[in-house]
Design a protein around this ligand. Structure first.
Ligand SMILES: [Fe+2]
Ligand SMILES: [Fe+2]
Length: 277
């Protein structure tokens, strides 16, 4: 999230301004930031360092470890293919030119992420098992009725909730391509989240009570599924999954609580949000 507080972003707070010409200044700042942070897949040091951490021990043990990493990459690839669809929906659904301009960068980001994951997964044995909960989340987001709901679910919640997972993966894969990609994506998703907060604030200025109510209903539908996604382990990771589940649950609880506080900061009444724990 360092990116969000960089010097270019430190203009006066814009949330209180209701003048039309200022209302979108927040969104435009994220457009500038996205352009500034843009990277290329060729900037990743392919072939210079190991794709994922290398295992030690017997060939069987090494193969098992590689499967674990493959499942980690597969989950991120699946998420970013879905993010491509979601970002292009936002680009075509947003009526405001400033938001469209911003979303044109988000479409590029998500397809660049997908390109990087595709290259990485090809280097480590190809695609693996899909996370069924991520597919459910994708349906939920893509089929949401209103723009307010899509921005809320995707950018206010999902993009924010995913950042600590990148940090976690990066920490356990030091010196690899996987770490390099995770660090880049954590910055990009910080921008995706920040821009969504800025745009949702604009959208909610004119939203009626009924629209706001649907956001809370949508959050209640999404949060249990997100929890299942965060705790889901494919066969390759079942063993590790059991060892880590208690810690994962604690971490997830903190993250979900933070999401609810963010919704609160958008002026939504979150007293009816039910956390899955
Ligand atoms: Fe992404
Ligand atoms: Fe994203």
């Amino acid at each position: 999230m360092e990116a969000i507080t960089c010097a270019r972003m430190s203009a006066e707070p814009l949330a209180e301004s209701s003048e039309p010409e200022n209302a979108f200044a927040g969104v435009l700042r994220f457009y500038e930031l996205a352009k500034h942070q843009e990277w290329q897949v060729r900037d990743v040091p392919w072939g210079e360092i190991a794709p994922v951490p290398e295992g030690k021990g017997s060939p069987q043990r090494q193969a098992r470890r590689r499967d674990v990493w493959r499942s980690v990459v597969m989950q991120q690839l699946q998420a970013d293919v879905f993010a491509c669809e979601m970002a292009s929906q936002l680009l075509s659904a947003a009526p405001h030119p400033e938001a469209k301009l911003y979303y044109s960068t988000m479409v590029q980001d998500e397809s660049r992420h997908t390109e990087a994951w595709l290259k990485l997964i090809a280097d480590i044995g190809g695609e693996g098992e899909r996370d069924p909960h991520l597919d459910n989340l994708a349906h939920m987001f893509l089929e949401a009725d209103t723009l307010e709901e899509k921005v809320f679910l995707m950018q206010v919640f999902f993009e924010r909730l995913i950042i600590p997972r990148f940090r976690l993966i990066a920490r356990s894969s030091r010196g690899t391509i996987l770490e390099d990609i995770c660090n880049r994506l954590a910055v990009d998703d910080g921008i995706h989240h920040g821009s969504g907060m800025a745009y949702e604030r604009v959208l909610l200025q004119t939203a009626d009570a009924k629209t706001k109510e649907t956001l809370i209903v949508a959050a209640n539908r999404m949060l249990p599924e997100f929890a299942k996604h965060a705790l889901w382990r494919p066969k390759a990771r079942e063993m590790i999954g059991q060892l880590m589940e208690a810690r994962d649950r604690e971490r997830l609880k903190t993250e979900l609580n933070h999401g609810v506080r963010l919704a609160n900061s958008l002026g939504l009444d979150v007293s009816d949000v039910e956390l899955p724990f």
